[in-house]
Write a protein that binds this ligand. Structure first.
Ligand SMILES: N[C@@H](CCC(=O)N[C@@H](CS)C(=O)NCC(=O)O)C(=O)O
Length: 316
């Protein structure tokens, strides 16, 4: 069992940066594979089964799709330092972090998208992503951006209020003595904002968020994969032939889905492409399917979170 940990990403991806920070924070040794920023990605397909988003994390023959499940797996395998320190007053933070992720990664992140300086985005990237988000033509997007900034500022205002907490502001979002996952979520959002929005706006309107970002990036050693071995996509396919020890948890008797049935797992937000495989495990928060690819001789387990995905039987 080699347990090589491989982050498939492109460094411009804020979601993938969050995973790189998480790996750094937990002092995990990992390798990277740089994938194309746009489709097609034929050599990733045997690993992701059609799931088109970035990042994915590969651990031998297990491929974790979506950051939520990646972060949960890292917490399981590397419990220290925890992503869920208690608050200074002793309250647990796990539920709060998970609930905040749903807002940060959707409401807040999506409010930043129209701020892309669309004029600077290559045509091929714009055309790849625009239909996924129901975005208008590039010309309209450029014209609407200044008006849509109002919504983004309202969303950032909520993050600011959360961090403020008291008159001096808190060091970490949930008033913990070390960062919790909530800080990673807002770190990802702010990184995105700073990339696409003039920093002066953030400095003027949300100085606490900016200070938090600086503090956070120091703690997570923001080197974004620098110095990590880089594998080719073919090498990653080879690495998937190492088998991890895996004993699936039995599926509850009252589940409508039984082990061994063919299911489709599909994101509920964007990139709604079903990944089809044999159901292996279904817990309260996670689904695991197994898929074979004869052409490349791979046989992998794909893990998805249940939040944000549908799992349906495939009619045969
Ligand atoms: N829910 C996913 C979202 C990841 C995501 O949207 N990644 C972007 C790159 S930053 C992507 O792959 N976009 C292309 C697409 O939406 O298909 C996660 O948490 O990992």
């Amino acid at each position: 069992m080699s347990n090589s940990i491989i982050l498939h990403w492109f460094p411009e991806s804020p979601f993938a940066s969050r995973v790189a920070w998480a790996l750094n924070y937990k002092n995990v040794d990992y390798k990277t594979v740089v994938v194309s920023q746009i489709e097609p990605r034929p050599l990733r397909r045997p690993l992701d089964g059609g799931y088109r988003k970035t990042p994915i994390l590969q651990i031998d023959d297990h491929v974790f799709c979506d950051t939520k499940i990646i972060l949960e797996e890292l917490e399981k395998r590397y419990p220290e330092p925890s992503f869920y320190p208690t608050t200074r007053s002793g309250l647990p933070t796990q539920g709060l972090c998970k609930a905040l992720e749903i807002w940060a990664a959707n409401g807040l992140m999506y409010s930043v998208m129209p701020q892309f300086s669309a004029a600077d985005i290559p045509e091929s990237l714009y055309n790849d992503r625009a239909p996924l988000f129901g975005l208008s033509s590039k010309k309209e997007a450029i014209a609407d951006a200044p008006y849509l900034a109002i919504e983004m500022q309202a969303q950032l205002g909520i993050a600011d209020e959360l961090l403020r907490g008291n008159s001096e502001g808190k060091e970490w979002f949930l008033d913990t003595s070390a960062p919790s996952l909530a800080d990673f979520h807002f770190g990802m959002c702010l990184c995105f904002v700073l990339k696409f929005v003039d920093e002066t706006l953030v400095k003027k309107r949300f100085p606490l968020l900016l200070d938090h970002q600086k503090r956070f990036l120091e703690v997570v050693k923001d080197k974004l994969g620098e110095g990590r071995p880089v594998l080719s996509e073919r090498e990653a396919l080879e690495a998937s032939k190492s088998k991890s020890l895996f004993e699936p948890i039995a599926i509850s008797e009252d589940s409508p889905l039984k082990a061994g049935v063919l299911v489709s797992v599909t994101p509920l937000d964007t990139g709604k492409i079903p990944v089809i495989g044999t159901l292996v495990q279904l817990t309260a928060q996670e689904v695991v399917i197994k898929r074979m690819n004869e052409e490349y001789g791979t046989d992998v387990f794909n893990h998805f979170p249940l939040v944000g995905f549908s799992v349906l039987p495939v009619k045969q």
